[in-house]
Design a protein around this ligand. Structure first.
Ligand code: EPU
Length: 302
C-alpha cells in the first residue's frame, strides 16, 4: 500500500515519522518472506497517539512490526502499511532491582544490559531473537524462563481508548506464548523487577543456554523459531521428527534437519510454500497422533 496523499505525507513528517515507500518485508523478517508496502518509522513515542489517529481518520490500515522474528507475511503488494519503532538507541536504565526498557530494544540486548547491572533471572531468554515489545506480546520464553513473571508495568498505546496507558503486571495475563494484551495494543516500554545476581553467575547461565540452543536449533538458517506451539504435555518437534519429516519440503520451505519444529527458508521460499508446508505437517501430525497443532508463528494475510 502506498501513501500518496501529500497532506498526509506532510502531517506524518510534522509528527516525526519517516516514510519509506515500497519496502520489501523480506528484508524485515527472519524468515525472509513477505511482500511490499510502505514503512513508517516512528521516531517519537510522544506522537504515537496522533499518528494512530491520523491513520484511522485517513482509513489507512496498518500493522506494527517488531523484530520480525515470529511472523509469516503474505507475498505481493500488501493492503496495509507497516509501523516500526526504530531501535537505534533504545532507552534502557536500571534503578535498584528495576529495569526500564523501551519496547524497541533487542531482547538479548536487554538481558545482557541487565546482567551487567547484576540483575538476573532472564538467562534463558538470551538467544530468543526479537524485540522486547514482541517478547512482551507473546510472553517469549525458553529454557524454563518467560518474560511475564518479571513484568511490573507496561506502558502501551491502547487503540481502544486512543491513549497511552500504564498497565500493572498483575493486571496482565501471561500464558504460554500468549498474553491478555489486545491485538492492537502497541507496546512502548516495560518496567521489570529482577533478582540481584553477580554478573559472572548470570554469564555462566547464559553460556549454558547458548550452548544448548546452538546444539539443537538451526541458528544460521532463515526461520521464525518454532512454527507450532507445543501441545499440552507434548513436543511438536519430537512428533514431527518421529514422523521422519526432517528435510520435508514444499518449494524452498523445508522442515529443518536440525530441529523439526523449525521450518526454514532454504533460498526463495514464498509465503504460500511455507503455508502449504505448515498445513501439510499439521495434517500429518493430526492423522498420526490425533493432535491438532496450533501455530506459534503469526500469519499476516493480505
Ligand atoms: N526433539 C526431537 N526432535 C527434534 C526436536 C526436538 O526429538 O527435531 C525432542 C528433544 O530431544 C526434546 C524435546 O523434543 O526431548 C523437546 O525439544 P527442545 O528441548 O528442543 O524444546 P522444544 O519444546 O522443541 C521449546 C520452545 C523453544 C525453546 C526451547 C528451549 C516451544 C514451541 N518451543 O522447544 O522456543 O527455545 O523449548 O527452551 O515452546 C520458539 O518459541 O520459537 C522456540 C524455539
Amino acid at each position: 500500500m502506498r501513501i500518496n496523499d501529500s497532506a498526509i505525507v506532510e502531517r506524518l513528517k510534522e509528527l516525526g515519522v519517516e516514510l519509506r515507500p515500497a519496502v520489501s518485508l523480506k528484508e524485515k523478517t527472519s524468515l525472509a518472506i513477505g511482500g511490499v508496502t510502505d514503512e513508517l518509522l516512528l521516531h517519537r513515542y510522544d506522537t504515537i497517539p496522533d499518528v494512530m489517529r491520523l491513520l484511522a481518520d485517513a482509513k489507512i490500515p496498518h500493522r506494527f512490526l517488531g523484530g520480525g522474528t515470529n511472523v509469516l507475511i503474505a507475498d505481493g503488494e500488501l493492503p496495509w502499511v507497516v509501523l516500526h519503532l526504530p531501535a537505534a538507541h533504545p532507552g534502557m536504565r536500571v534503578e535498584g532491582n528495576s529495569a526500564y526498557v523501551d519496547a524497541s530494544a533487542d531482547l538479548g540486548g536487554m538481558v545482557t544490559f541487565c546482567a551487567k547491572h547484576d540483575l538476573g533471572g532472564m538467562e534463558g531468554l538470551i538467544g530468543v531473537p526479537g524485540s522486547v515489545g514482541g517478547a512482551l506480546r507473546m510472553n517469549a520464553g525458553a529454557y524454563g524462563t518467560q518474560i511475564g513473571p518479571w513484568v511490573r508495568e507496561v506502558e502501551l498505546y491502547r487503540a481502544a481508548s486512543g491513549e497511552v496507558e500504564t498497565v500493572r503486571g498483575n493486571d496482565i495475563r501471561f500464558d504460554y506464548r500468549h498474553t491478555s494484551f489486545a491485538d492492537d495494543d502497541v507496546m512502548l516500554r516495560v518496567k521489570l523487577e529482577l533478582p540481584s545476581k553477580p554478573y559472572k553467575e548470570i554469564l555462566a547461565g547464559i553460556k549454558i543456554c547458548n550452548e544448548k540452543r546452538r546444539a539443537s536449533q538451526p541458528l544460521n538458517q532463515k526461520s521464525a523459531g518454532c512454527i507450532f506451539k507445543n501441545p499440552p504435555g507434548g513436543s511438536a518437534g519430537r512428533m514431527i521428527d518421529e514422523l521422519k519429516l526432517k528435510g520435508h519440503r514444499v518449494g524452498d520451505a523445508a522442515v529443518s534437519d536440525r530441529h523439526a519444529n523449525f521450518f526454514v527458508n532454504l533460498a526463495n521460499a514464498s509465503c504460500d510454500d511455507m503455508r502449504r508446508l505448515i498445513d501439510d505437517v499439521r495434517e500429518r501430525v493430526r492423522a498420526a497422533y490425533g493432535v491438532e497443532l496450533e501455530n506459534e508463528v503469526i500469519f499476516w494475510r493480505n
